[in-house]
Design a protein around this ligand. Structure first.
Ligand code: SF4
Length: 372
C-alpha cells in the first residue's frame, strides 16, 4: 500500500510534542470509571458507549453495565433482553448487539481473552479501526492509532490538514499522522491525550488555545486559522417521518406494547403502538384509531393528546404526535401473537427496553402533559 505523506509533519518537533501532550494528560486527565484499570473488556465497552454520546451521559451507563456484567464472560452469557435494557437510552442498539456477538466470539474462539493484535481484533463484529486502535493502545500498549472525529479535529489543526473529514478515506491520513507522532513508551496516554484534548480544549467552534498544552506546536494557531479547521462538508439533509403513537391501557390498567422487528432500526426494542402517517385527510387521532382497527381488529378510544416528540437519527427525524387512550374490547390472542403485541403491567414494562422517544411518551403520560 502506498505510504501517505503529510508534509507538515516535518515542522513538528515530535519528541517535544509527545512530552507536552502526555505530561499534560497525566496531570490533568479526568477521573473516569473506565480509567480505573486497563481491562480490555472495560476499555472496549467504554469506547463503544463513547462513540455515541457524551462522557457525562456515559458514566452512569458504564457503571451500571459493569455492575450487571462485571466480566467479559458475564456479558457473553447475558440474554438479549437484559443487554438491551442495559443500553436503553444510549441509542444505536446494533452496537450493543455487535458487542455481544463479538464478546461471545472472544469467549469461544480466544479463550475469553480479547485479542491483542490488529488482525484478530479487527475481525470481531463491530470492531472498526477506531475501536481496535483504542483497545490495542489503551489496554495493551500497542502503538496503534485510534482516530475518531475528535482526534481528526485536533490533528487537522495541529498539522493544518485541509482534507474533508466527512469523507471516510480521510481517516487514513490521520492514522498515518498518528503513526508518525505516537509516543511508543506511552501509547495509552498519547491516544487518550489526543481524545481528551479534543473533548476539553481543542473543541469544535472556538478552541481554548490559550489553555492548550501543545499550542507552541500547533500550525493552525501559528497561522491564526484554527477556527477554519477541520474541513467538514455537510452531508445531505435528513428525511422527516410523521408518526402517530398512543399509550393505550385496558380495563385492568395494563399497557399495550409492541415489539419491533428483529432487523433494522431499533430492532427488538419495545414501543407503544404507532403508525407512520402520510394521510392529510384524517385528523391524527382519527387516523390512529382507524389504522389500529385495520391492523388489530378493535377500535381504541383516544382520549387526549400527550406530547409531540422529535427524535433525530442519522438519516431521518421521527416527528411523533402522541396520544393516550383505552382499548375496551379484547384483542384476540392470535392477533397479539402475530402482531408481536403484549399487555403488560407497569412493573413488567420497567424490565423491558424502550427507545428514548418512547420513554419520553411514558414520561409525558405519567405527567399528563397535555398540549391541546
Ligand atoms: S492551539 Fe488551539 S487549535 Fe491548536 S491544538 Fe491547541 S486548542 Fe487546538
Amino acid at each position: 500500500m502506498k505510504e501517505i505523506t503529510i508534509p507538515t509533519i516535518e515542522k513538528i518537533k515530535i519528541d517535544e510534542f509527545q512530552k507536552d501532550l502526555v505530561s499534560w494528560f497525566l496531570e490533568e486527565q479526568r477521573e473516569l470509571p473506565w480509567r480505573e484499570n486497563k481491562d480490555p473488556y472495560r476499555v472496549w465497552v467504554s469506547e463503544i458507549m463513547l462513540q455515541q454520546t457524551r462522557v457525562d451521559t456515559v458514566i452512569p451507563y458504564f457503571n451500571r453495565f459493569v455492575e450487571w456484567f462485571p466480566t467479559l464472560e458475564d456479558f457473553a452469557n447475558a440474554d438479549e433482553e437484559k443487554i438491551l435494557k442495559a443500553w436503553e437510552g444510549l441509542g444505536y442498539y446494533s452496537r450493543v448487539r455487535n458487542l455481544h456477538n463479538a464478546v461471545q466470539e472472544v469467549k469461544t474462539s480466544y479463550n475469553g481473552v480479547v485479542p491483542d493484535n490488529p488482525e484478530e481484533i479487527s475481525k470481531l463484529k463491530g470492531v472498526g479501526p477506531y475501536t481496535a486502535g483504542a483497545i490495542l493502545s489503551i489496554a495493551y500498549g500497542k502503538p496503534e492509532p485510534a482516530v475518531d472525529g475528535n482526534v481528526m479535529r485536533v490533528l487537522s489543526r495541529i498539522l493544518m490538514i485541509y482534507e474533508d473529514i466527512a469523507k471516510p478515506k480521510t481517516r487514513k491520513t490521520f492514522e498515518a499522522a498518528v503513526r508518525k507522532l505516537i509516543d511508543h513508551e506511552h501509547t495509552s496516554a498519547f491516544n487518550q491525550a489526543l481524545m481528551e484534548l479534543g473533548a476539553m480544549i481543542c473543541t469544535p467552534g472556538k478552541p481554548a488555545c490559550l489553555l492548550c498544552p501543545v499550542q507552541s506546536h500547533c500550525l493552525a494557531f501559528e497561522a491564526g486559522v484554527q477556527s477554519e479547521l477541520p474541513v467538514k462538508i455537510q452531508k445531505k439533509k435528513t428525511r422527516d417521518v410523521p408518526i402517530v403513537a398512543a399509550v393505550l391501557t385496558n380495563e385492568k390498567g395494563e399497557f399495550l406494547i409492541h415489539k419491533r422487528a428483529s432487523e433494522g432500526l431499533l430492532a427488538n426494542l419495545w414501543e407503544y403502538p404507532n403508525f407512520e402517517n402520510h394521510s392529510s385527510l384524517l385528523h391524527k387521532r382519527e387516523f390512529f384509531e382507524s389504522r389500529f382497527q385495520e391492523m388489530y381488529g378493535v377500535k381504541p378510544e383516544i382520549t387526549e393528546s400527550l406530547v409531540r416528540i422529535e427524535h433525530v437519527f442519522s438519516h431521518l427525524v421521527w416527528k411523533v404526535d402522541t396520544y393516550n387512550g383505552v382499548v375496551k374490547e379484547a384483542i384476540s390472542e392470535e392477533t397479539l401473537r402475530e402482531q408481536q403485541l403484549k399487555w403488560v403491567s407497569e412493573a413488567e414494562m420497567e424490565e423491558l427496553a424502550f427507545p428514548v422517544s418512547h420513554q419520553k411518551m411514558m414520561k409525558a403520560y405519567k405527567e399528563k402533559e397535555c398540549i391541546e
